[in-house]
Design a protein around this ligand. Structure first.
Ligand SMILES: NC(=O)c1ccc[n+]([C@@H]2O[C@H](COP(=O)([O-])OP(=O)(O)OC[C@H]3O[C@@H](n4cnc5c(N)ncnc54)[C@H](O)[C@@H]3O)[C@@H](O)[C@H]2O)c1
Length: 401
């Protein structure tokens, strides 16, 4: 298929200023591709074009400077840019709503905003985590427009904070309905790695959800075992470290801690909705993981007169070393404590999105009790002289609460 003359780029990433889209755009550009970003956020587009990352991602800032300097990356909030590349990769957010329902129309709606710039011969790659069946829905949409465009689904599996290494190291899952679609998507992602795993679109949609759900359930298992040990005055981390030592069959048992962030919980709810709400393991995992901040609060209530105390939360990001507060359980803990404690103060060395955060020294000085919300490396071995609840054991006094 001959592409129109205006197609001078290799890839355009829709949602390309986001946590997943930007590292992907940078990775393609760093491997020599001519890349465009289309993103609704004008603020993020301006930041990217000026060489600044809209969020923290180790190693990404350096690559951004390099590919901008080489003229291989440009970002725009104008949908017309979608017409300028052979491969169109969609990586917009796919959250569940406030009632935990997935939105099957998120991707078709996003494509609706730039559909007039799509043209015959492009390869449309869905990279967001989608509700199963969305790839088929998009295929139907494209066919209904009378466009000859191959559709592929190639899910993103990086973890935030590791994007710039994992994009080149993890196998890429490739799926498309036709052999030509598989071949073209393989050639695109073959720019990043030689490790490609080919599936059908329906298999790949489930593969992505199963990946996240598996991890979420593993965290829930560790969290429930933590609570069990803690109730008996035992240190779960000492038990976990002991039982996993040179014992490969339990080597993947995670430490306890808040299992939060923009993906694991919502993808577990997507899979539950897909299975008509019949997902006892997923719902149990949700109850355990989302219940952990409540458990922490109940334990603290038993030991302290919270109503007359100032409680300081150390770490508001959803995980260690991150500036991302999306679906962070530290904020759930904060909300619960605000009902129970005299006052709640919060700090985080990475988070810039919350104007209410205070410096660490001030939070320590003004608090009667501390709770670790995210085990940032900065807190390793921190001596505070204050009682502290620390599920991760980052302060070095064990994990019992
Ligand atoms: N964050 C992760 O660690 C991670 C890992 C693997 C997969 N995923 C999946 O990747 C997808 C994106 O997640 P994210 O964390 O990067 O989200 P994000 O919110 O950080 O990024 C989404 C970007 O898309 C832009 N956008 C939204 N609607 C748009 C539209 N209609 N047109 C153009 N741009 C639009 C936003 O402005 C934003 O910059 C989700 O499906 C998520 O489940 C995320």
């Amino acid at each position: 298929m001959n592409l129109p003359d205006q197609v001078g780029r290799d890839v355009v990433v829709i949602g390309g200023c986001g946590h997943v889209g930007l590292p992907l755009a940078l990775a393609f550009a760093d491997r020599g591709a001519r890349v465009a970003i289309y993103d609704l956020s004008e603020a993020a587009v301006a930041l990217v074009n000026s060489g600044r990352m809209p969020f923290a991602e180790p190693g990404a800032g350096e690559v951004l400077g390099r590919v901008l300097g080489a003229g291989r990356l440009v970002a725009s909030a104008d949908p017309a840019i979608v017409g300028t590349a052979e491969h169109v990769v969609v990586v917009i957010g796919t959250p569940v709503d406030e009632h935990l329902n997935p939105d099957q129309t998120a991707i078709p709606k996003a494509l609706g905003g730039c559909v007039r710039y799509l043209h015959n011969g492009q390869l449309l790659v869905l990279r967001s985590t989608v509700f199963p069946g969305v790839t088929a829905l998009v295929e139907k949409m494209v066919a209904g427009l009378g466009l000859e465009i191959e559709v592929a689904f190639c899910p993103e599996r990086i973890a935030e904070g590791k994007a710039m290494t994992e994009l080149f190291e993890l196998p890429q899952i490739i799926s498309a309905r036709s052999a030509a679609g598989v071949q073209r998507a393989s050639a695109l992602f073959g720019r990043l790695t030689g490790k490609l795993v080919v599936m059908s679109p329906e298999e790949a949609e489930l593969a992505k959800l199963f990946t996240n759900v598996w991890r979420y359930i593993k965290f829930a298992t560790a969290n429930q075992l933590y609570m069990m040990a803690n109730e008996r005055g035992l240190d779960f981390e000492r038990i976990r470290v002991g039982l996993t030592e040179d014992y490969p069959r339990a080597a993947d048992m995670p430490a306890a801690g808040f299992a939060a962030g923009p993906c694991l919980f919502k993808d577990t709810m997507q899979l539950a909705a897909y299975n008509d709400g019949n997902f006892p393991l997923g719902h149990s995992a949700m109850a355990v993981n989302e219940g952990l901040p409540l458990y922490v609060m109940h334990r603290l209530e038993q030991r302290f007169k919270l109503e007359s105390m100032t409680v300081g939360i150390l770490g508001m990001a959803f995980k260690a070393g991150s500036d991302d507060i999306r679906s962070s359980l530290s904020y759930k803990l904060k909300r619960i404590l605000e009902f129970k404690a005299g006052a709640v103060l919060c700090t985080d060395p990475y988070v810039t999105a919350d104007p209410h955060l205070l410096p660490l020294d001030e939070v320590i000085a003004r608090s009667d009790l501390l709770v670790v919300g995210a085990p940032h490396p900065d807190y390793q071995g921190l001596v505070t002289g204050k009682p502290a609840a620390d599920i991760w054991g980052v302060l070095g006094y064990g994990v019992r609460i």
